[in-house]
Design a protein around this ligand. Sequence first.
Ligand code: SF4
Length: 104
Amino acid sequence: MSKQISSGRRRLLQGVLALIPIGAFAQSPGKRVEESEPQAQGLGYKRDASKADKAKFKNFRPGETCAGCRFYKGAAGEAWGPCEIFGNRLVNANGWCSAWMKKT
Ligand code: SF4
């Protein structure tokens, strides 16, 4: 009897896993945003705000970092945290991009 249940659960799990696109794992929230990615390049994201392209992104102001941005959801003191703009993937607390908005 328990073998039948176990077999049924296995089939159910296999069916559920088959429905999850492979891309869902590649874009998982825990993954760090790379500066080389198209979205990151478009927004001028840098892990180190001091390396932001100030000539291209004239809205940059010294002192702006991801930790002070309203889209940053990382815990205070953590080096990396989720960013809503990047699908809650991880950005550096000392990073910056042109979507920066002051945390309220
Ligand atoms: S939106 Fe804000 S938290 Fe996200 S990468 Fe840009 S500056 Fe950092």
